[in-house]
Design a protein around this ligand. Structure first.
Ligand code: GLC
Length: 431
């Protein structure tokens, strides 16, 4: 089997799930001002130490997080087990820089895995390839390291980088051995010549697949997932960030490549006390439907605070998204590209036997669906199953485009069932 068809096989369920929760949580929740704070402010390990000494998430209850994800309709989650600062939420035997040694005093990853599993949500691990704590990671000459260009770190240029890579492999082995079944491994990220075999990527992917045969891996260890012959380590899905690719993601042959965009709820990944610039529920639903209509997933981020609480505003938005999902998730799960051009009123997704018209902007009593290669049997409002008339407006025949006859859907009875957009389900005639 080619790498591409293996990838398609492996990602089937993941691509059906469509909606996941990204969780950025670590020591950086304490300064509450971006997970890059060490790099931005050029903080040394010592400068950062107070956050280690006071990391005391007394309200950490991942069951609450998992219930929220479930309520929002999210089917998988990805937690930062280690971010660029090198701090581990898990009890690794290869470092002392871990939650176990803070006031938290325990393995926080274990509780996350158990809680999300219990809700039937798939479990993913984010693991940073960068590490600003490990002494063998290049510092002085690295473009991102907090101690870049700092003369006191002139000696730290990655001379023994292989020791760091060994450390990283050991930790990934721990993560994929000690926590039962893991569904997703999310490496972050490659840059410049810090890519691919620099991380011993082939070996890493081999190990991951040996330990967890079903695991889905992102594409940030390097390589080109869209090329004619993708590298073994080029991953199972593309991972655009803070954007939705205009045409989805396709390979050089034009075939769809699994992808997932990760997007923040406000403008930060880690908890930010000042950032109240949140997206609305409607905005989130729009993004989700845009992703699905282009054959992609949405990994939506929350940044719990230092005590372990997901911010109230995030809870409010996700709860509202959940209300919409309860009525409309059929247009999301197991759906993808419909091969119909984008329409002014919204987005179209398709399952094996139905089309879903996501009416983002209604304009008047009828909407038209044109260039539809399928035959329709009938239409209903997805939220409550009520009938949608497909009768042509009386003089519509005078206004055909290129002689082509669109399908019409009568929309005046749209109920504002949840304050957010409606979906029309069209049953397809498969004969
Ligand atoms: C970037 C950032 C990082 C964040 C990630 C999420 O790579 O470095 O802070 O975790 O994107 O995709």
């Amino acid at each position: 089997m080619s790498i591409q068809s293996e990838r398609t096989e492996r990602t089937k369920e993941y691509c059906n799930d469509r909606f996941g929760m990204f969780i950025h949580w670590g020591l950086y929740a304490i300064p509450a001002d971006n997970e890059w704070i060490r790099s931005r402010n050029k903080l040394s390990i010592e400068d950062y130490q107070p956050y280690f000494d006071t990391f005391d998430p007394v309200n950490y209850d991942p069951k609450k997080w998992a219930r929220l994800a479930k309520k929002a309709g999210m089917r998988y989650a990805v937690l930062t087990t280690k971010h660029h600062d090198g701090f581990c939420l898990f009890d690794s035997k290869y470092t002392e820089y871990k939650a176990t040694n803070t006031p938290a005093g325990r393995d926080l990853v274990r509780e996350y895995v158990d809680a999300f599993r219990a809700e039937g949500i798939k479990v993913g691990f984010y693991y940073s390839l960068l590490d600003w704590h490990h002494p063998d990671y290049p510092a002085y000459n690295d473009m991102h390291h907090p101690m870049r260009g700092n003369d006191a770190y002139k000696h730290q240029t990655g001379e023994h980088f292989e020791r760091y890579v060994e450390y990283m492999h050991n930790q990934v082995r721990e993560l994929l051995t000690n926590y039962g079944k893991i569904d997703i491994m999310w490496f972050d990220f490659s840059y410049g010549d810090m890519t691919a075999e620099k991380w011993r990527a082939t070996e890493m992917v081999k190990m991951a697949r040996e330990l967890q045969p079903h695991i889905i891996i992102d594409n940030r260890m390097g390589g080109d997932i869209t090329s004619a012959e993708p590298e073994f380590y080029s991953g199972d899905f593309a991972s655009p960030e803070q954007m939705i690719p205009a045409w989805g993601v396709r390979d050089v042959f034009g075939n769809p490549v699994p992808w997932e965009t990760c997007i923040t709820l406000n403008n930060h990944w880690g908890y930010s006390a000042k950032d109240m610039n949140y997206k609305s529920a409607k905005n989130v639903i729009n993004m989700l439907m845009e992703c699905v209509s282009k054959g992609g997933n949405l990994l939506l981020n929350v940044g719990p605070d230092a005590k372990g609480n997901i911010p109230d505003k995030s809870i409010e938005i996700l709860t509202e998204v959940g209300v919409w999902m309860r009525l409309n998730s059929e247009a999301v799960y197991g759906c993808g590209i419909a091969d119909i051009p984008k329409h002014d009123w919204g987005r179209i997704t398709k399952s094996d036997d139905a089309l879903y018209l996501y009416i983002q902007d209604t304009c008047c009593e009828n909407i038209a669906l044109y260039d539809c290669p399928y035959k329709a049997k009938g239409a209903v409002l997805l939220a409550d199953g009520s009938y949608i008339s497909m009768e042509e407006p009386w003089n519509a025949h005078s206004y055909k485009a290129n002689g082509k006859k669109p399908l019409f859907m009568e929309t005046p009875e749209f109920r504002n069932l949840n304050g957010n957009a409606n979906v029309i389900k069209i049953y397809l005639d498969k004969e």
